[in-house]
Design a protein around this ligand. Structure first.
Ligand code: GMT
Length: 376
């Protein structure tokens, strides 16, 4: 198949999933065309069967806001004509599903559009009156719609009253790449043998609650020798730094900034903290699990489908920071429990969320859409 993929190229789960899906499809012999304003950050090397097409938005004195959607749709049409795309896979509803609709109209219907909903496109933007109608319209006009968890499919149906089928295809992890590495030497450089290593990886948006991460860590660190690795950057970073200073724990918190590769960091880690207010799936939790890192997380959205409570970590209501700290302490103070949970977490990642299985499901779904077999 010839597949166009439109996604956000910067840091963020939807871009990571879209890029990894494209690479896996290309490895299976499909021709994949990424179309975006920049090269997706995980697409950092030559890949057979993969082409990137950059969208340029011309500046013009009348454009207070550059019309990216229009330039993107125009580029999709151009690429589709040149390479005879079969499928356009839009990751994230805004503006990509809308772009799919526009491009298909411009091509007189000669393109099938599959939209994958990733979470905040529905849960945050979907309830914003500035976008809700266009999101509903774009979802309803897609030829096929997938969601990354059962919970997200349910929320989408409830929020928009959508009655057509939404196919749930879970996010996935390359379990050969995401595996626990031997990093004892590196770990020795970071902390002493008794020190526990906690990690939080995100884009530091309010929905991730990185300030709560600091509070949970502080409670843990009062009971056990511990360090916290913070990976990523974003709008909450200044508040995070302020909280670290207020609590006087700067020497225990390491700011690592944005990192392209996190397998080594996860391999150093004993526990991940993810106290988000909302999480449609929690890709970063799955990556941690694949590296045998148990997860303490909020019982929200799709997280219970990923972090199996009591096996891969513990889930709490998002307000229950005290519970999260106690859960972290119980895992970190019992090496056998930590090890056992790590192994369970890896087993769940491999058995339920393997790239092979989920990518094959996307392939099957594309074929259904191409054959017009999408259930109404
Ligand atoms: O989590 C983010 O801030 C980024 C966002 C995105 O769209 O890139 O992530 C969403 O999509 C990811 C990939 O499907 C999911 O793993 C995340 O759970 C989801 N984030 C939220 O629902 C908050």
């Amino acid at each position: 198949m010839k597949v166009g993929i439109i996604c956000y190229p910067s840091y963020g789960g939807s871009g990571v999933v879209a890029t990894e899906l494209g690479r896996q499809l290309a490895a299976r012999g499909h021709f994949v065309h990424f179309i975006s304003y920049d090269v997706p950050f995980k697409l950092n090397t030559y890949e057979a069967n993969v082409t990137f097409h950059e969208v340029d938005v011309p500046s013009y004195p009348l454009f207070a806001y550059p019309p990216y959607l229009l330039a993107l749709a125009n580029k999709v049409v151009e690429v589709s004509r040149r390479y005879s795309l079969d499928i356009l896979h839009a990751h994230y509803a805004i503006p990509h599903a809308t772009c799919g609709f526009l491009a298909r109209e411009l091509l007189g219907g000669r393109l099938k559009v599959v939209t994958t909903l990733h979470g905040t496109d529905v849960t945050l933007l979907g309830s914003n009156p500035s976008f809700s109608d266009i999101i509903r319209f774009s979802i309803e006009r897609s030829d096929g719609v997938t969601a990354v968890s059962e919970d997200l499919a349910r929320v989408t149906r409830e929020l928009f009253g959508i009655r057509s089928h939404i196919e749930v295809i879970y996010n996935f992890v390359d379990a050969d790449k995401f595996r626990r590495l031997e990093v004892e030497e590196l770990r020795r450089q970071i902390c002493g043998p008794e020190t526990r290593v906690l990690v939080h990886i995100s884009n530091f948006r309010p929905v991730k609650r990185p300030v709560a991460v600091i509070d949970i860590f502080h409670a843990v660190q009062q009971e056990l020798p511990a360090v916290l690795l913070l990976v990523g950057d974003g709008p909450e970073m200044a508040r995070v730094q302020q909280r670290v200073d207020e609590l006087g724990i700067a020497q225990h918190v390491k700011f690592l900034g944005k990192q392209e590769e996190v397998v080594e960091i996860l391999s150093l880690s004993d526990l991940m903290l993810l106290p988000s207010t909302q999480e449609s799936f929690g890709l970063v939790a799955l990556e941690a699990m694949a590296c045998q890192v148990p997860v303490i997380a909020s019982r929200v959205g799709g997280l219970p489908e990923v972090v199996v409570n009591g096996r891969a970590g513990f889930l709490y209501s998002p307000e229950d920071l005290e519970g999260m700290a106690q859960g972290a302490i119980s895992i970190l103070s019992d090496p056998a429990l930590r090890e056992e949970m790590g192994l369970h977490a890896r087993a769940i990642a491999v058995e339920k969320f393997s790239a092979d299985e989920q990518v094959a499901r996307y392939e099957r779904y594309y074929r259904h859409v191409l054959e017009n077999e999408v259930q109404a």
